[in-house]
Design a protein around this ligand. Structure first.
Ligand SMILES: [Fe+2]
Length: 241
């Protein structure tokens, strides 16, 4: 059983289309999104339409909350808030209603999917937590594998015999030990912050116990042009280059 996990697409439909083309070539059984499908990027409605048309479920991210919950807006920095306000104007009522129904977490067998941090926080950042707090959360988590997004970084955290270790992730195939517990920070499709501007996503194979980290080349300049044309803050375009 192969599951493709996409995170932080951030309205970048060009990156999403390239990633899904790659997913289609990998004989994947299921695709999931870890949220922040919208915000920052120029085509939020198109991203949601693509996910809906392919029946790809998503958990809610903090940017979905920014769009659907006015009380969340003050929690964003001024640039992010501006892009969320512009995103609200770009979205149809039907789309906003659809986004409102995203759950905080999805659990499938031994896998947990959440935007920020388990068990189901869309807003908690991994870098806010001490290793001790992470250890405690993984200890009580029933599932062995938890996939998160939110920081736009790639990292794997392993709880082995009650001891936590952390390792940066990069492109490649990584065999995991089903006796351990794992927190997998899955990178970003549409707004990476790891110094490499390719779109990132991961595939989990529950038969071979292999995690594959994929880097996908796409037409970044197409997205950059669309960000400028939409009048979104320049920073969101510059970060892609
Ligand atoms: Fe994000």
């Amino acid at each position: 059983m192969k599951t493709a996990i996409l995170s932080d697409i951030h309205g970048n439909a060009t990156a999403l289309e390239a990633v899904l083309k790659d997913v289609d070539s990998c004989a994947v059984n299921m695709v999931l999104s870890l949220g922040d499908n919208i915000g920052y990027g120029p085509e939020p409605e198109k991203v949601i339409d693509i996910l809906r048309s392919r029946k790809i479920p998503s958990v809610t991210g903090n940017h979905e909350l920014g769009v659907t919950r006015p009380d969340f807006l003050p929690l964003f920095n001024p640039i992010a808030r501006k892009s969320i306000e512009m995103t609200i104007d770009m979205l149809s009522e039907n789309c906003i209603h659809h986004i409102e129904n995203f759950p905080n977490a999805i659990v499938k067998d031994d896998l947990r999917f959440v935007h920020g941090f388990p068990p189901e926080s869309p807003t908690k950042y991994l870098f806010e937590l001490s290793d001790n707090e992470i250890e405690n959360s993984l200890s009580v988590m029933v599932e062995r594998y938890c996939f998160i997004g939110h920081t736009h970084d790639l990292e794997i955290l392993i709880l082995e015999n009650d001891r936590l270790t952390r390792h940066p992730l990069e492109k490649g195939i990584f065999p995991l030990n089903p006796k351990n517990k794992y927190l997998i920070n899955s990178g970003s499709v549409g707004q990476p912050r790891d110094g490499n501007s390719q779109a990132k996503y991961v595939i989990w194979d529950s038969i071979t116990h292999e995690l594959t980290v994929k880097y996908i080349t796409y037409n970044i300049f197409d997205t950059v042009k669309k960000i400028y044309n939409a009048g979104l803050p320049d920073q969101h375009a510059l970060r892609l280059l």
